[in-house]
Design a protein around this ligand. Structure first.
Ligand code: COA
Length: 161
């Protein structure tokens, strides 16, 4: 059983993330989508909310599991018996940071490889921050996030703004 982990903040999940989830789940026996903590970010949605938004989005992929973890990714991968981390690459600018993370994770867990999937061209520009920024300023994010979570984003950004 080849298990992979797709980690991220997912604050919130976007169509770009969903694209990577669908493609990675077709390659591995099981895909664990892990909502994790990025120490450089203050999230808009708490961990439970981010997991719920993911769950609602991924309702028809039987080999995908939604989890959360507050520690090191390398430790979580060992704990889950995962052989790979999945990351999406959007542009050359992502490369240096992702390269560093992949090497650090490999050092922490030598059995762990990072597999990079090129983001589909239509999502190259997309990030969770772009979605939040558009929504906070009253823009329409319908083409950026799954339809199932559109209302949650509009409600939250209206409340905060
Ligand atoms: N489509 C759309 N957006 C995408 C994308 C895609 N295919 N791939 C990435 N993005 C976006 C993300 O939404 C994120 O947007 P944001 O900055 O506006 O929030 C941005 O690109 C960066 O993504 P990523 O580099 O994956 O960062 P992240 O915050 O989502 O996840 C963790 C980072 C949580 C995986 C990382 O901090 C971590 O591993 N933490 C655990 C602690 C640990 O082990 N630290 C040591 C690591 S060596």
């Amino acid at each position: 059983m080849r298990i992979a982990i797709y980690p991220g903040s997912f604050d919130p999940v976007t169509l770009g993330h969903l694209d990577i989830i669908k493609r990675a789940s077709a390659v591995f026996d099981k895909l664990i989508v892990a909502v994790m903590h990025n120490q450089n970010k203050v999230p808009m949605f708490d961990t439970e909310e981010r997991m719920e938004l993911l769950r609602r989005t991924i309702n028809n992929l039987p080999n995908v599991e939604i989890t959360s973890f507050g520690g090191l990714l390398a430790d979580y991968a060992r704990q889950q018996d995962a052989c790979a981390i999945i990351k999406g690459l959007r542009a050359v600018s992502d490369f240096e940071y992702e390269f560093q993370m992949a090497l650090a994770n490999r050092k922490l867990n030598p059995e762990l490889d990072t597999v990079f999937l090129m983001t589909s061209a239509e999502y190259m520009y997309l990030s969770s921050s772009v979605v939040k920024d558009i929504a906070v300023h009253g823009g329409n994010v319908a083409g950026f996030v799954p339809a199932e979570i559109l209302d949650d984003i509009m409600l939250r950004t209206r409340k905060d703004g």
